[in-house]
Design a protein around this ligand. Structure first.
Ligand SMILES: [Zn+2]
Ligand SMILES: [Zn+2]
Length: 254
């Protein structure tokens, strides 16, 4: 049910918080016996942060150059895709669309990483205390409301091909819980993905954190019922994590 032949979500040193070169990821994918790998590097616009955790325009140019070289060298043995994980920012939709139009991406993953609270951006998927406290002070329910409404707007506004780690927001917050409103928003999101011909990512970075993928089995079942295409991604930030926990996905009772 879940396509695990290819790892469709990996990062490299280019994003400044992952390690390993693109070539090291390619070698790791071949070592893991995968048919393919898709790089999904971080794109953000308008996020105020002291330490950028994404690629700038020059990084993306280098990324494409190296990616094309690797396709030539290793293409016979491994399908290599060059994609992007675009972080939604409601204030910068035009800029994001413009940048996405510059390259022929093999995959465009939509995420929503940074929420603005009182003029500052806080990372929704970070484990850092300052992020968790700032977002927690807004109220977990309200943050999740904004997150899911934002994702819905992102899927409508951006030329995405897949939705990434759907239920990962506030994953490190002890009070994270989805109420009926959130469940309804998730169902609307899944239906919107179907309508737009997009796929749903099954992100295995959830296994070491909570023993389940992002999204969890209950949501995956609803997605499968709708006929959504499900595609595995490790969200590896180091080469050794390419294809991690894909064996567990194959065993899920969908
Ligand atoms: Zn990252
Ligand atoms: Zn992400």
């Amino acid at each position: 049910m879940i396509d695990c032949t290819t790892d469709r979500h990996v990062h490299t040193y280019l994003c400044r918080h992952a390690e390993g070169t693109m070539e090291e990821y390619v070698l790791a994918a071949m070592e893991a016996g995968l048919e393919g790998i898709v790089f999904l590097e971080h794109l953000e616009r308008g996020v105020r942060s002291l330490e950028p955790t994404w690629l700038d325009d020059r990084d993306f140019a280098a990324y494409w150059q190296e990616g094309e070289r690797l396709k030539e060298v290793y293409g016979e043995w491994l399908n290599i895709g060059l994609g992007v994980e675009v972080g939604y920012n409601p204030e910068r939709v035009g800029e994001l669309r413009d940048f996405l139009g510059r390259y022929p991406w093999d995959r465009v993953g939509i995420s929503y990483h940074f929420l603005e609270v009182a003029g500052r951006h806080h990372n929704l998927v970070s484990r850092k205390r300052e992020n968790l406290e700032a977002l927690g002070s807004l109220g977990v329910k309200r943050v999740l409301d904004r997150y899911f409404h934002g994702l819905l707007a992102a899927v409508e506004a951006l030329p995405g091909t897949t939705l990434c780690h759907l239920d990962a927001a506030l994953r490190h917050h002890p009070e994270v819980a989805f109420d009926d409103d959130h469940q309804q928003l998730i169902d609307t999101l899944l239906a919107t993905l179907v309508a737009r011909g997009m796929t749903l990512e099954v992100n295995t970075s959830g296994f070491p954190l909570r023993g389940a993928s992002f999204p969890d089995l209950a949501i995956l079942r609803r997605a499968a019922d709708l006929g959504l295409r499900l595609e595995a991604g490790s969200d590896a930030h180091r080469p050794v994590d390419v294809g991690r926990f894909f064996d567990r996905l194959a065993a899920l009772p969908l």
